[in-house]
Design a protein around this ligand. Structure first.
Ligand code: CP
Ligand code: NVA
Length: 305
């Protein structure tokens, strides 16, 4: 099988995503019925974390175990990576000992360097630029609740961060409209997002206008990991970019609310919205498990159905 990596959302085609969504649906149904599904017996996943995580670690570790494999957790603090061992040397060694690797790190270039010498598939578990596994889970969640996302409108309110960039790529692949509203000075950088056309996204100065008529309203923290030094300034700059009940009213009664979590109630989202009837954040978090199981299976074994 040809070696494939999943470093950004645009690494897969629409046809491959259609397969993954259907496969995740099947894997989820098996799991809910307590039916064993062990295609990855004797396979080992290494998880390298340079930043903190709850959901990503849990969903990858539980996921590979549920598929019959095992996981090894490595953090910068406890490995030679934290003492300056070159990423390429780490990749040579790790990829001779395990079957698949997930990395959460800072710059996307670190992932690219690791993948360039890795003998096994590498998955981006979040970088400063992208969070493809998150948007894979989010799109699965939308499809599960509302049917196809193509032709729909998604509103991104807040920071043009890793998750926003990934939504930008997803809009091109899945053919939906993305309305982005960021405060001045925090606009999407198309090149950083890996986007070169303007067919699928529109910038809105006013967050309320971005949300108007949307099928999905989504946001994320004002300060992502690695940007903590800017926290006080960001709290000031983003104060009008909160998803609240008035904004959800403009989006419409059937609109969903998503947040990758962790969330800060009273900052990027009001408690009323995240804990309200339009919010699907717990399904969204759970679906990281099912979609990443489909992803690992696909990278190691190819299409099975
Ligand atoms: N959404 C997400 O990736 O969560 P963690 O940072 O907890 O992994
Ligand atoms: N944008 C956030 C996502 C956390 C899952 C961050 O990078 O910290």
């Amino acid at each position: 099988m040809k070696l494939r990596h999943y470093l950004q959302f645009s690494d897969f085609s629409r046809a491959e995503y259609d397969y993954l969504v259907e496969r995740a649906r099947w894997i989820k149904a098996q799991f809910k019925q307590y039916k064993p599904h062990h295609p990855l017996v004797d396979r080992t996943l290494a998880m390298i974390f340079e930043k903190q995580s709850t959901r990503t670690r849990l969903s990858f570790e539980a996921g590979v175990q549920q598929l019959g494999g095992s996981a090894i957790f490595l953090s910068t603090r406890d490995t030679q990576l934290g003492r300056g061992e070159p990423v390429e040397d780490m990749a040579q060694v790790v990829s001779r000992m395990v079957d698949i690797v997930m990395i959460r790190t800072f710059g996307q270039a670190i992932l690219e360097r690791f993948a360039s010498v890795s003998r096994v598939p590498v998955i981006n578990g979040l970088s400063n630029e992208y969070h493809p596994c998150q948007v894979l889970g989010d799109i699965f969640t939308f499809v599960e609740q509302r049917g196809p996302i193509s032709g729909r409108t998604v509103a991104w309110i807040g920071d043009s961060n890793n998750v926003c960039n990934t939504w930008m790529q997803a809009a091109e692949i899945f053919d939906f409209d993305l309305h982005v509203s960021t405060p001045p000075g925090y606009e999407v950088e198309a090149e950083r997002a890996g986007i070169y056309g303007k067919n699928h996204y529109e910038h809105f100065a006013d967050p309320m206008e971005a949300a108007r008529g949307a099928d999905l309203v989504t946001t994320d923290v004002w300060t992502s990991m690695g940007f903590e030094a800017e926290d006080a300034e960001r709290k000031r700059d983003f104060s009008d970019w909160q998803v609240d009940a008035d904004m959800m009213k403009l989006a419409g009664r059937d609109a969903l609310f998503m947040h990758c979590l962790p969330a800060h109630r009273g900052e990027e989202v009001s408690a009323e919205v995240i804990d309200g009837p339009q919010s699907v954040v717990w399904d969204e978090a759970e679906n990281r498990l099912h979609t990443q199981k489909a992803l690992m299976e696909f990278l190691l074994l190819g299409k099975l159905a």
